[in-house]
Structure formats: structure tokens, C-alpha cells
Design a protein around this ligand. Structure first.
Ligand code: BES
Ligand code: MN
Ligand code: ZN
Length: 509
């Protein structure tokens, strides 16, 4: 990942390939944002006028490259749009800063070092700029990438290597803490993105579990892996039922971070379908090309547990990665089969493409046995949630309105778009089955909520639980924007980390 440095240099004296400044949309044209004073001075105070003459408006995501005047050491100035200027005496929102920093970092791909002279009023604003820049500078660099290997100068896709944060207070404790946290979280979001972007012939349940073991060693986490033999013996009928059609057998990974002074335990459960073909209920062409992303929930959980460890949070965080590949074969589960789930409930599989809830049911029941204070599951669960909320917003459901609201508010606060969704009790009966406790699907209407109701059956009595359906935002197929790249986005990692921080601080329930 790109390196982050805190610099005491001014934008005029920093040796870099470019200086990034902010420009906002004012009532009468572009307005240069705070932090850019030294640069504006080098332009004889005419930076806003120059930008306007070039057609810049300060709109969100807009980037304008200018040759630097002689007063600056850096050869290029990059002005990035921050969107509407805030009201007088108000600061820019953190998400505006994050997105602008991300857009700037993307626009500077292929260059080595840039100084970011964006408006950083306080430590948290600096954290937002750092996070946005590090997330925006991401690109998936597969080991075999020829240009990446040669460290080729002509490698235009090479991410901006060094981000120097200007205008802050590098020696200030809060400033240092906020930017260090941002760097850790960004690195972990990028870990989740990498896993999602890996082709499904490279990342299967076994290699995913191995990645958890490697990270476990590096960061002092306890990692336990149940292989197909242990899963069969343990009665994990959901995970086995989904995984049995594939030559790459399933795994359940428990990755645990503990703090000696922790008072609360948070359990995180992730859907880890390394490829979802639909199984015997095969997906048609046009619906399976991006289904390597179906392990994004498990990737987010994994990254969040590692983040908790790296940040040394005073809370126990247990991650459960329910890993399987959903494939059709002679040994695959058939529509009509009845599976005995972990804990004993039986499920009639009416559609093998509703596989996420099967692996999650087992994992939720297993996680509940440890009686955590709260459980959050994260899953690319339903197309219905994408229809309901679009490609950028995840749905938040749960069995406890206060907890669901907290999770939703945390998501909004960290800049992840989310929306609370209900679990209407009357939908449950659509899953009634004549041959099992219930079926794995019901009616089409409200089927994203129905999936949530299915999961609810496996959550232990009295445990606060939230379900994040990230099917929309987990994988970004259109043009990059702000700090969001094409492909894996790392959706939900930042929400989970902030939730763990709140749990550690004791300000949840
Ligand atoms: N992995 C899919 C959901 C999905 C859809 C994720 C689009 C990302 C983007 C899930 O396993 C699935 O196939 N769900 C079905 C359930 C149905 C068969 C009841 C769906 O949503 O259509
Ligand atoms: Mn499916
Ligand atoms: Zn799926």
C-alpha cells in the first residue's frame, strides 16, 4: 500500500511530484479551500480565477491539473473538487474530504509522491483525508502483473506511492493517533478488496483459510479451521450442503482477537462463498460473472478482526468465516434435499442459489454458542436488496431495533451508505415446509427481508444481532468515484471497526 507521512513542510517547500489543494463550489464560482494558502500565494492570489478560467467549478470529484508557478518546489498542482462550500464558520464534512482525497489520489496514479494540502481543521479531518487518500490510491496488484513486477516507470496504473499530509500537527497526539488509525483501517479495507478481487480459481475456501492463518500469526490472533471432515463430524449441514458440489471443500474459520481487559465480546459472521454459480439452480449467463465477490462478507469480517488487533481495541472480537464454493455436480445438493443444520434445525433446500443463508445459519448458531454480547453478520445475500437500495447502499436488519439503529448510524458516520430495513414477522410463514422446519426460500416479494428472517432463526435467544446485506456495495462495476475503485470495495469494514471501537468504549447497550 502507499505510504503515509506527516509533513511539517509547507506546500511551497515540499519536494514532491504534485501538491493537492481543495476547491469548493461557491455561489459565484470556485473557492480555494483552507490549506492552500501557500499555493494560492505562489499564484499571486489568483488560483481561484485561474481554475475558473480553466472551467473548474469545485464540484465533487472534479480534478484539474495545473503547472506549478515558480514559487513551488513541486512541478504540478492538482485541484480537487470538494463540492458545495460549507456555510460560514462550518468545516467540510469528513466524507467530502475523504472522497476528494480519494479522487486526487486516483488522478495521481503513476506518480510517486504528492503533498495533500486539503483543509484539515482538526485531527479527525486529517484522519479522513489520510483514509480517503490511502483508499483512493488502491489498485489490485496481482502477483503476476508484469508491469508491477518490473516496477516499471511506464506502469500508469501504479498507485501513488507516497502521500504526505500537510497543514496538520504531526507532533500533536490526537493528530498522530487519528492518522495512524486511518492508515491501519485503510490497509485493512484494502486487504478485503484484494481478497474480493482475487480470481475464484486462486481464492477457494482452503486458500482463504490459509490467508487467515497467516494473518493470525502476524497479528497474534487465534485461528481455528474446521475442514470438511470436522464440519461433517460437527454437524455443520448447511456449510457441507453448500460445499459438497465443489472439488474445493468448505471450511469454517474462527479467528479470534482478545484483549485482557475486555468487558464485551463482539461476534462477526461473514458469508464466504468464494464463487456462487448458483449450484444445481444454476445462475444464467449475465448473473455469474461477478460472483467471485460472494465472499465479500467474510473478507470484511476478516479485515475487521485484524483491524481490532492492530488497533489494540479493548474488546474481544471473534470472526466466523463461513467458506464454501457453490457449484453444480453429481455430488451437489439438489433442490428438494433436506439439510440438518448446526444445532439441529432442518431446512428444505428449494433453491440451491439461496446458499448464503445456509452457510450463515450454521455459523450464526455456532457463534451464538459462545454467547457474545452482540452478533453482526455481513453478506452479499440477496439481489432483492440491490433492487431495493441500489448499488451503493447496504441494508441493515436485526432482532433489536436499538442495536440496528446504532449500526446504521455508525455506518453513516464512517461514510458508508446504509439504510435500516424491517423484518416483518408475517413473511416468515412463506418459508413453511411440509418436510422440514422451514425452506430456504419463500415468496419473491420482500425476499431480501425473508433472507434476514431465515438468518434470525439461527441467532441465540437474547443476543442482539444485526444483519448487513452488502450485495449492492460490495462490488463496484461502473467507473471509480471518490475513494471507491472498480471491483472489490471493502464494504462494511469501516462500519465493523467503528462498531468494535464503540463496543470497547462501552457506549453501546
Ligand atoms: N450471491 C447471491 C446474491 C447476490 C446478487 C450478490 C447480486 C451480489 C449481487 C445469492 O446467493 C443469491 O443468489 N440470492 C438469490 C436468492 C434467491 C434464489 C432466493 C437472489 O437474490 O436472487
Ligand atoms: Mn446464490
Ligand atoms: Zn450467493
Amino acid at each position: 500500500m502507499s505510504a503515509l507521512t506527516l509533513s511539517t513542510s509547507s506546500a511551497a517547500t515540499l519536494r514532491a511530484d504534485a501538491i493537492v489543494v481543495g476547491v469548493a463550489k461557491g455561489p459565484k464560482g470556485p473557492v480555494v479551500a483552507a490549506g492552500a494558502e501557500a499555493v494560492d500565494k505562489a499564484f499571486d492570489g489568483k488560483l481561484a480565477a485561474v481554475l475558473e478560467a480553466l472551467g473548474a467549478t469545485g464540484g465533487e470529484g472534479e480534478t484539474t491539473k495545473l503547472p506549478a508557478p515558480s514559487g513551488l518546489k513541486a512541478p504540478v498542482v492538482l485541484a480537487v473538487g470538494l463540492g458545495e462550500a460549507p456555510a460560514k464558520d462550518e468545516a467540510f464534512g469528513h466524507e467530502a474530504l475523504r472522497r476528494a482525497a480519494g479522487s486526487a489520489a486516483r488522478a495521481l496514479a503513476g506518480t510517486k509522491k504528492a503533498g495533500f494540502a486539503l483543509p484539515v481543521e482538526d485531527a479527525d479531518a486529517a484522519g479522513a483525508v489520510a483514509e480517503g487518500a490511502l483508499l483512493g490510491a488502491y489498485s489490485y496488484r496481482p502477483a503476476g502483473n508484469a508491469a508491477a513486477k518490473k516496477n516499471d516507470k511506464a506502469d500508469k496504473g501504479a498507485p501513488l506511492a507516497e502521500i504526505a499530509l500537510l497543514g496538520g500537527k504531526p507532533r500533536d497526539k490526537a493528530f498522530k493517533a487519528a492518522t495512524e488509525r486511518a492508515a491501519t483501517v485503510a490497509e485493512e479495507v484494502n486487504r478485503a478488496r484484494d481478497l474480493v478481487n482475487m480470481p475464484p480459481n486462486e481464492l477457494d475456501p482452503k486458500t482463504f483459510a490459509a490467508a487467515a492463518q497467516t494473518a493470525g500469526k502476524e497479528f497474534g490472533l487465534k485461528v481455528e479451521v474446521l475442514d470438511e471432515k470436522a464440519l461433517l463430524k460437527g454437524g455443520f449441514g448447511g456449510i457441507m450442503g453448500v460445499g459438497r458440489g465443489s472439488d474445493a471443500p468448505p471450511r469454517l474459520v474462527r479467528i479470534g482477537y482478545t484483549h485482557p481487559k475486555a468487558e464485551k465480546t463482539l461476534a462477526l459472521v461473514g458469508k464466504g462463498i468464494t464463487y456462487d454459480s448458483g449450484g444445481i439452480s444454476l445462475k444464467p449467463a449475465g448473473h455469474n460473472e461477478t460472483m467471485k465477490c460472494d465472499m465479500a462478507g467474510a473478507a470484511a469480517v476478516f479485515a475487521a478482526v485484524v483491524s481490532a488487533a492492530r488497533l489494540g481495541l479493548q474488546v474481544n472480537v471473534t470472526g466466523w468465516l463461513a467458506l464454501a464454493e457453490n457449484m453444480p455436480s453429481g455430488s451437489a445438493t439438489r433442490p428438494g434435499d433436506v439439510l440438518k443444520m448446526y444445532g439441529g434445525k432442518t431446512v428444505e433446500v428449494l433453491n440451491t442459489d439461496a446458499e448464503g443463508r445456509l452457510v450463515l445459519g450454521d455459523a450464526l448458531a455456532r457463534a451464538s454458542e459462545e454467547n457474545p454480547d452482540a452478533i453482526v453478520d455481513v453478506a452479499t445475500l440477496t439481489g432483492a436488496m440491490v433492487l431495493a437500495l441500489g448499488n451503493r447502499t447496504f441494508g441493515v436488519m436485526g432482532n433489536d431495533d436499538a442495536f440496528r439503529t446504532s449500526v446504521y448510524e455508525i455506518a453513516e458516520a464512517v461514510g458508508e451508505q446504509a439504510w435500516p430495513m424491517p423484518l416483518p414477522a408475517e413473511l416468515r410463514k412463506a418459508m413453511d415446509s411440509p418436510v422440514a422446519d422451514f425452506a430456504n426460500m419463500g415468496e419473491r416479494m420482500g425476499s431480501g427481508l425473508l433472507a434476514g428472517l431465515f438468518l434470525k432463526e439461527f441467532v441465540g435467544e437474547g443476543i442482539a444481532w444485526a444483519h448487513l446485506d452488502i450485495a449492492g456495495p460490495a462490488y463496484h462495476e461502473s467507473a471509480p468515484y471518490g475513494y471507491t475503485p472498480k471491483g472489490g470495495t471493502g464494504s462494511a469494514v469501516r462500519t465493523l471497526v467503528r462498531l468494535a471501537e464503540h463496543t470497547a468504549a462501552g457506549d453501546l447497550g
